[in-house]
Design a protein around this ligand. Structure first.
Ligand SMILES: *Cc1c(COP(=O)(O)O)cnc(C)c1O
Length: 372
């Protein structure tokens, strides 16, 4: 006999108010629900080429030693990253995805009296990691979908501890220029830790963009996060990192879970880091297909927002949720953006040429000739 049991312990009030992160719909789930096959997923900005093959081989080799705990200090991976980035290993903290680095930063620096500054339409994960601490989120209105860095700097007060810049941002694909970023780093009050999230750094194609790593002399109180989930193609193994001054790294290491970067992830990331051929293929494919998709969406009057990532935000003439549903029935998974308060928009990940063609064909079918 079974009976329903329930908990009588109340969660913290701000935890009760959290909205869980909604991931892209898995292909398996869609096909199970609709009884169809051959669907495509263009919903989570995953690498359409699959994982770096060198990373796959390295992870396969790592399986034989999975009875052992990982190297908690990730000596080889941090060393390789330090060398490639021109920093010291003591300035690098690994995470179970870069999302965990963001979470560690919030746990270390945010209490219930504090606030964190973000842009409207910034990556929604910031809301969760800030909200988990019971801290306030200060959302600064976007300008043309992008971050208004001057207004964000001006939004800081004495209780601000963190300011997040997604550069480029997901889901908008917008970026901040070198000049805007430099000005921000100089103008934000010293007691605020600036976090620049560069998950899509590899895909940016603009001469007026630069990594915040190149501006570290402008500001000590700065963390730059990167990930192996996108251009390196190993989202499933969960590994990312932050680059920060050694004292901030030491702070995060106090609360970091002992083996947060798992053994396979360390080996896979190390191999992926050396797989320049795969990285170049990923970036070249994205550059070509992103331009093609962008043009195809523009021709259809769907107002694509110029993107520096591996995805494109565009306007749906029938509303975001409706277009998402219609495409689902075609076996094409895109991303609706209700969690961002964007009810008229949808985000599509840049796929392989054939996937993008299929997406465009489906789009034409579900929107009809009238949408052109
Ligand atoms: C995908 C993404 C990340 C990376 O998340 P991981 O935890 O490293 O997989 C971080 N920031 C943004 C803006 C992203 O879109």
């Amino acid at each position: 006999m079974s009976r329903t049991v329930s908990s009588h312990t109340s969660p913290l009030p701000w935890v009760s108010r959290l909205k869980p992160y909604v991931p892209g719909k898995p292909i398996e789930e869609l096909e199970r629900e609709l009884g169809i096959t051959g669907s495509i997923k263009l919903a989570s900005n995953e690498n359409p080429l699959g994982p770096s093959p060198l990373a796959v081989t390295a992870m396969q080799c790592a399986l034989a030693s999975l009875h052992l705990y990982p190297d908690g200090g990730a000596y080889r991976l941090r060393g390789a990253l330090a060398e490639q980035l021109g920093v010291t290993a003591g300035e690098i903290v690994l995470g179970n995805g870069s999302n965990e680095v963001l979470s560690m930063i919030c746990r270390a620096f945010l209490g219930t009296d504090h606030n964190a500054v973000v842009s409207q339409y910034a990556f929604v994960a910031y809301r969760v990691v800030v909200g988990t601490q019971g801290a306030q989120l200060r959302e600064v209105p976007a300008v043309s979908f992008g971050h208004d860095l001057s207004a964000m700097a001006a939004a800081c007060d004495e209780m601000t501890r963190l300011l997040f810049v997604a550069n480029p941002n997901n889901p908008t694909g917008t970026f901040s220029t070198v000049d805007e970023l430099r000005k921000l780093l100089r103008s934000v009050p010293e007691h605020v830790l600036v976090v620049v999230d560069e998950a899509y750094f590899e895909y940016v194609d603009r001469p007026d963009y630069c990594s915040a790593l190149a501006l570290r002399q402008e500001r000590g109180n700065l963390v730059v996060t990167r990930t192996f989930s996108k251009a390196y193609g190993i989202a499933g193994i969960r590994v990312g990192y932050g680059v920060m001054p050694p004292d901030i790294a030491a702070t995060l290491n106090r609360l970091r879970e002992p083996f947060n970067a798992n053994a396979a992830a360390q080996e896979g990331a190390l191999a992926a880091l050396g797989d320049e051929v795969f990285l170049r293929r990923s970036v070249d494919l994205n550059r070509h297909e992103r331009a093609r998709l962008q043009a195809a969406l523009a021709v259809r009057g769907l107002e694509p927002v110029p993107s520096e990532g591996n995805f494109i935000l565009f306007r749906s003439p029938v509303g975001g949720a409706e277009l998402y549903d219609r495409l689902l029935r075609e076996g094409v998974i895109v991303r609706p953006l209700q969690p961002y308060g964007m009810l008229e928009h949808v985000r599509v990940t840049v796929g392989m040429a054939g996937e993008n063609d299929r997406f465009l064909d489906s789009l034409d079918r579900v929107l009809g000739e009238g949408a052109r």
